[in-house]
Design a protein around this ligand. Structure first.
Ligand code: DGJ
Length: 394
């Protein structure tokens, strides 16, 4: 099944991805150079940057931007190249570091060309001194039915990354926040009931909230849109859209970050959130998600929690602006947040998708506004420069 068939009931439309922010920099701003959300962004060779649905990390004075390399046309809706990286000292000018994880020419490989490889995220493990990449993987030719997590590892931030494994996470463990009464596999009647439902990647009537994670207990939980988050104590988590996209999971990683540790919580069950992006600010955990409308943009949702394990509480749409813009999140879908060494500077990194010609997807990077209520807000800026103090929101 092709990805378009799988999501045929969802509207395909363009969306956009924005993110930006950076720590204090000693680099003087060049006149006229800034981040321009939604515009073509060129690397230091003059080529448009090609790194979608990814993330930015900061290592020893250098930012590394990782994202999926998209090609033109319908082929661009599956992985033809792999994950590309760029480096920068100022978040504005980016040098192409090449393809750091390439798709395989071996059709038996889990990351064979034509698989679906989405949302690569990289974190640094201080104990092993390795860079660990996780991404959403759909094996070639299975549409979105695979719903797997995949892991690759490198000795250096700019790779090369070596594919380690792909799997459905958290097999054989019950969620920490689920009553004992639900910690049992499905009986025959429940399995039949679930088998009659046609899941479409988005909302379905009578979503069977407590059945899907039980169905997937043995084989592992479905994992589609995802992000990684490293807490102050260096524990790392994968947050992934699970249970036919209806429920998010927060899942602890092993100490080496190479696999799930076998401890997870269900978050916002039945909420149909995807594109999770998490950061910590003011001692609280914040998560922006989108609704489930395929590549078409929708109104972002903001959630907050005092613990990464929850409970998570949704607190509305983080966007400020005219309703016609906020209801589509200015055409963007969240990918990740960049937390910088400046507590006031957290950057929203998002995509503005073009599924008809994926290479035309744009990046929308915007600084998060923190207001007196302590809550993060997003608002549009045509241009901004992370190397200069941010002007307060009007
Ligand atoms: C929405 C997700 O957020 C994207 O990453 C992608 O999987 C599309 N769905 C596919 O329709």
């Amino acid at each position: 099944m092709q990805r378009r068939d799988f999501f045929k009931t969802l509207t395909l439309a363009t969306a956009s991805f924005a993110l930006a922010a950076c720590p204090a920099s000693s680099v003087p701003p060049e006149a006229g150079v800034s981040i321009r959300p939604g515009q073509v962004w060129r690397d230091t060779d003059g080529a448009p940057i090609n790194a979608h649905s990814g993330c930015v990390i900061f290592q020893e004075g250098v930012y590394y931007w990782f994202g999926v390399h998209c090609v033109e046309g319908d082929a661009g809706n599956s992985a033809q190249v792999g994950v590309r990286a760029y480096s920068s000292r100022d978040l504005v000018t980016w040098k192409n570091e090449g393809v750091v994880l390439a798709v395989s020419e071996d059709p038996r490989s889990p990351i064979a060309r034509d698989c679906l490889l989405e949302r690569p995220k990289v974190i640094y493990n201080e104990s092993t001194r390795r860079y660990v990449m996780w991404f959403h993987l759909e094996p070639k030719g299975q549409g979105y039915r695979g719903a797997q997590s995949a892991v690759a590892v490198a000795e250096h931030p700019a790779g090369p990354y070596r594919f380690v494994a792909s799997f459905r996470p958290d097999a054989g463990t019950w969620p920490v926040n689920t009553p004992k009464a639900l910690q049992k596999e499905l009986n025959a009647e429940e399995a039949r009931r679930l088998g009659r439902i046609h899941f479409i990647g988005g909302e379905v009537p009578d979503y069977p909230g407590d059945l899907i994670f039980r169905r997937d207990f043995r084989g592992g939980q479905m994992a589609r849109d995802m992000t990684l988050f490293v807490d102050d104590d260096q524990r790392a988590y994968q947050v992934y859209a699970s249970e036919e996209n209806g429920t998010l999971h927060v899942s602890l990683l092993s100490d080496d970050y190479l696999r799930s540790a076998g401890k997870y919580a269900r978050v916002l069950p039945g909420g149909f959130n995807e594109a999770p992006a998490v950061f910590k600010h003011g001692g609280r955990y914040w998560m922006v998600t989108s609704g489930c409308t395929g590549w078409a943009p929708n109104a972002a949702r903001l959630a907050v929690a005092d613990s990464i394990w929850g409970p998570w509480r949704q607190v509305g749409n983080p966007w400020i602006g005219e309703e016609r813009d906020t209801e589509s999140s200015f055409g963007t879908q969240s990918s990740s947040f960049l937390q910088t060494s400046r507590p006031d500077l957290v950057v929203y990194l998002a995509d503005r998708w073009h599924p008809e010609n994926p290479i035309e997807a744009r990046y929308v990077w915007l600084p998060v506004d923190f207001r007196e209520d302590g809550r993060p807000y997003l608002r549009w800026r045509d241009a901004w420069d992370p190397r200069t103090p941010l002007k307060p929101a009007p």
